[in-house]
Design a protein around this ligand. Structure first.
Ligand code: BG6
Ligand code: MG
Length: 216
């Protein structure tokens, strides 16, 4: 019984939400309104373009397409300033250990992220070389909760969707995995991610006996 794993990046392997927050907050303040951590929750797992739309809705601000493009660029420039300072110490607890476990069991894994910055982030934390494949915001046309990103991931793994296990921290991501017919594992708040097939607070709780059970 062969399986493969697809990892979301932001919120599962690294905590980049805090950097997205700083950059979006600055943009909101520039546009004259407050942007809180609670607002930031709404942007988890959501594409960059959709994130801006949600932010503008919060501030009840309307912008021309041209202005939107301009702010998407400036937001990302600020975000890049933070992520280019990231290092391996920012890998979330349990992530490296889980990759080691998968390696020792001969289970392949790929990345399935909405972020166009995913390759850069993986390189910053020295994990890029470990993945058998990368599916990111540059390779998909439909954002999560559409299953496209994970279906491409399954192709990269040479597996059927039902043979794939997805680790996700966002509601949109769990939904995408479920729609793709994959095994969804919610990482984070169990209430928030109650649609997942399995739930864990973080990756330190995902041990090798759990993975072995899934194989059988
Ligand atoms: C997701 C994040 O992984 O990537 C979202 O959870 C983010 O918050 C999205 O908006 C797109 O990221 P980027 O790096 O392409 O702006
Ligand atoms: Mg995520």
């Amino acid at each position: 019984n062969k399986i493969g794993v697809i990892f979301d990046l932001d919120g599962v392997i690294v905590d980049t939400a805090k950097y997205h927050f700083l950059a979006w907050k600055n943009l909101a303040n520039h546009l004259g309104f407050e942007f809180t951590e609670a607002h930031n929750e709404l942007l988890k797992g959501v594409s960059r373009v959709r994130s801006l739309e949600i932010l503008l809705d919060i501030g009840k601000v309307e912008l021309s397409e041209e202005k939107k493009q301009e702010f998407l660029v400036s937001k990302n420039e600020e975000y890049l300033k933070y992520i280019t300072k990231m290092g391996p110490e920012e890998i979330l607890p349990g992530a490296k250990e889980l990759l080691d476990t998968l390696d020792s069991l001969g289970i392949h894994y790929v990345l399935g992220s909405a972020s166009k910055n995913a390759p850069l982030i993986l390189k910053q934390v020295n994990l890029f070389e470990r993945f058998s494949g990368i599916v990111d915001g540059n390779s998909v046309s439909k954002a999560k909760p559409d299953p496209e990103v994970f279906l491409i991931g399954a192709k990269k793994l040479n597996l059927k969707p039902e043979q794939c296990i997805v680790f996700e921290d966002a509601i949109a991501g769990v939904k995408a995995a479920n729609t793709a017919n994959m095994i969804s594992i919610g990482i984070g708040d169990k209430q928030t991610l109650h649609k997942a097939d399995y739930n864990f607070n973080d990756l330190t709780e995902v041990n090798s006996s759990f993975i072995k059970e899934l194989i059988n």
